[in-house]
Design a protein around this ligand. Structure first.
Ligand SMILES: *Cc1c(COP(=O)(O)O)cnc(C)c1O
Length: 334
């Protein structure tokens, strides 16, 4: 019985083609700027997303941190969602390492931040206050795709109020594939974008920060400072390039599998949130632990929670979805 791991889209194994690309990669010392594969990845993603420059980093956490620190100085502030990854799941790095004050605001059901609330949170120019410099959005946000008109409105607001606009686009390509648009239609609204190669795209390691040449030059200095300067990193960048060339369009399969899983669980009577991309959220309440143990006994891994998150990815096949639905049904019968 093969294992089905629905905890996250970070659990994927590199595909055969990806391993081959890594094997063939030309390498150099990237701290000297001499790794041709890293240089190619950075140039390629900057071009694909419409930015002047890009920087390869080990993780999305570092990519976001460098982005926030490149926009904000000590004593500045960024506006962010209460549930946003940069605020909630990155060890408070912006505050700890950047001396940047977060101003969290409650998110909306569709994954956006209400722009009226954002504007109300911008502080006046007064020495009592931190200087509000930046708005950070996340797309997809818990699997939800931010509408393009919303992004345009966020751009308009931040331009009018003199703020930068950063996107935590860990799953940018899930959003673009779902909306059926070139990723640039999303990224053109932002001053900086962080993209994870190690989520749905299926690379083993790596994220990329994109922005203006000046912003990326600043981020490159900060990357060295936080210990993110890697040497023959082309081995990893090759995986990222392969993912961008071969594993973007297939995200639609993950979305279809998630959709199928969501409707299967709904048919069993479960309370399932509307599914947009590769995440299915199911209310399982105090059954979480027992369900998690039962699923584990069936070779299905989840992270038990009352609001259970199930994530599809390239190591989950359509046939696996049927097995998962059957396991939920068996748990109900037991
Ligand atoms: C995973 C993730 C990150 C951080 O990526 P790591 O590589 O795990 O540090 C940032 N933002 C979002 C939305 C993520 O899902």
């Amino acid at each position: 019985m093969s294992l089905i791991d629905l905890r996250s889209d970070t659990v994927t194994q590199p595909t055969a083609g990806m391993r081959e690309a890594m094997q063939r990669a030309e390498l150099g010392d990237d701290v000297y700027g001499e790794d041709p594969t890293v240089n190619r990845l950075e140039a390629s993603l900057a071009e694909r997303l419409g930015f002047e420059a890009a920087l390869f980093v080990p993780t999305g956490t570092m990519s976001n941190l460098l982005g926030l620190m490149a926009h904000c100085e000590r004593g500045d502030e960024y506006i962010v969602g209460q549930q946003a990854h940069t605020y909630k799941y990155e060890g408070g790095g912006a505050a700890v390492l950047g001396s940047i004050q977060p101003q969290p605001i409650d998110g909306e059901a569709d994954g956006s931040l209400d722009l009226g609330r954002v504007e109300a949170a911008i502080k006046q120019d007064d020495f009592h206050f931190a200087r509000t410099r930046l708005l950070a959005l996340e797309n997809t946000m818990q699997g939800k795709v931010l509408p393009l008109e919303y992004l345009a409105a966020a751009r308009e607001l931040t331009r009018r109020r003199g703020l930068g606009l950063h996107l935590d686009g860990a799953r940018l390509y899930n959003a673009a594939v779902k909306q059926g648009v070139d990723a640039r239609e999303i990224t053109r609204h932002f001053d900086s974008v962080s993209v994870c190669l190690s989520k749905g795209l299926g690379a083993p390691v790596g994220s990329v920060l994109c922005g203006s040449a000046a912003l990326i030059a600043k981020a490159r200095r900060l990357r060295k400072m936080v210990g993110g300067g890697m040497r023959q990193a082309g081995l990893l960048a090759a995986a990222g390039l392969y993912a961008l060339d071969h594993q973007v369009e297939r995200l639609a399969e993950d979305h279809a599998n998630a959709e199928r899983l969501g409707s299967g669980l709904r048919e069993l009577g479960h309370d399932v949130e509307p599914v947009q991309t590769n995440m299915v959220y199911v209310q399982v309440g105090d059954q979480a632990r027992a369900l998690g143990e039962f699923l584990a006994s069936q070779g299905i891994r989840v992270s038990p929670a009352a609001r259970l998150r199930l994530v599809t990815h390239l190591d989950v096949q359509a046939a696996d979805i049927a097995r998962v639905i059957e396991a939920f049904a068996a748990f109900r019968r037991a």
